[in-house]
Design a protein around this ligand. Structure first.
Ligand code: XMP
Length: 319
């Protein structure tokens, strides 16, 4: 009889055997896999675990606070919040090519992670939220060959480079099993059911140049959109939903005045594994209400479009 409860106990036992008295570093992104990995390790080895959360300044509204509060305050896990947004946004200044964006973020990510991890004393292990499907096939993203990190913290080659051994307590599990384990470990449903969020974050939802200004507008619009989706009870029906801010400003009217602000695109898809996807068939009512809310509540946007491209031929992200 195989239950998640038994799996958890067995995983904890195995982690203790593997790690002994050594210290473990775990990259935390706030996604389900790394979150469950961190909590499981914490249950197994307590203070022998330190998590590193790299904040590249390309996170969504309140995201960094939510992650820090959950893991540091709620679970009492040792957590380094590496706030390196100045570094990332500085290096991304003037960069418009999607490939260069990804490469820049990937490179800085590894540098930053290595820097903070290097300061953790006696670390011997690096924990990763590798799942069974990652073990049997190496996943590559449509972003092209430059994407060498599958997710924020699946940092290829880094363990060897840093002389760390790997701990991968989820490597026998499929995604739905990881969710069940997260539930077993008391991770709130709001974390477990989260839509996927890409490693490069908002950078690939901001075609053209990334500026703090545009990021701020994007965060606000995205928060309103997700709020609408939750309010209408649609969040769990959708595989991924987000706003992209477009590199174009358009003319509008508001009150007596003329506006000249950014246009944005709403994206929502259904999918099984992200390899193919269909756009979500929102009602016109929902779309209209959402557009009105975004334009009224988000200064800087005066036009809202809905992206009805499926994958293929489109990708889910805009870059
Ligand atoms: P695309 O845009 O290629 O995305 O249709 C498929 C799924 O993968 C996510 N994605 C990424 N995730 N690093 C990640 O961790 C990346 O560079 C990356 N690019 C895309 C995307 O959000 C979607 O879920």
């Amino acid at each position: 009889d195989w239950t998640m409860d038994a799996y958890r106990d067995e995983a904890i036992k195995q982690i203790r055997e593997q790690v002994g008295d050594s210290h473990v570093i775990c990259g935390l992104s706030g996604g389900v896999d790394s979150s469950v990995t961190a909590i499981l390790l914490h249950e197994a080895i307590g203070d022998q675990l330190t998590c590193v959360f790299v904040d590249h300044g390309l996170l969504r509204h309140n995201e960094a606070e939510e992650v820090v509060t959950m893991f540091r305050d709620h679970y009492n896990i040792k957590l380094i919040h590496a706030d390196e947004s100045e570094l990332f946004l500085g290096e991304l200044e003037g960069v418009t090519d999607p490939e260069v964006k990804r490469k820049t973020i990937g490179r800085l990510f590894i540098d930053v992670f290595q820097k903070y991890a290097g300061e953790i004393e006696n670390a011997e292990f690096l924990a990763q939220g590798t799942l069974y499907p990652d073990v049997i096939e190496s996943v590559s993203f449509s972003g092209g060959p430059s994407v060498t990190i599958k997710s924020h913290h699946n940092v290829g080659g880094l363990p060897e480079k840093m002389g760390l051994k790997l701990v991968e307590p989820l490597r026998e599990l499929f995604k739905d099993e990881v969710r069940a384990l997260g539930h077993e470990l008391g991770l709130p449903a709001s974390f477990i059911g989260r839509h996927p969020f890409p490693g490069p974050g908002l950078a690939i939802r901001c075609p053209g140049e990334i500026t703090r200004d545009k990021l701020e507008i994007l965060r606000k619009a995205d928060a309103v959109y997700i709020d609408q989706i939750r309010k209408h009870g649609l969040y769990d029906e959708i595989w991924q939903a987000f706003v992209a801010i477009l590199p174009v400003r358009t003319v509008g009217v508001m009150g007596d005045g003329r506006t000249y602000d950014y246009a944005c695109a709403l994206r929502a898809v259904t999918s099984v594994d992200g390899m193919t996807a269909d756009y979500y068939p929102f009602s016109h009512e929902f779309l209209g209400e959402t557009a009105t809310r975004i334009i009224n509540e988000v200064k800087g946007i005066n036009r809202v479009t809905y992206d009805i491209t499926s994958k293929p031929p489109g990708t889910i992200e805009w870059e």
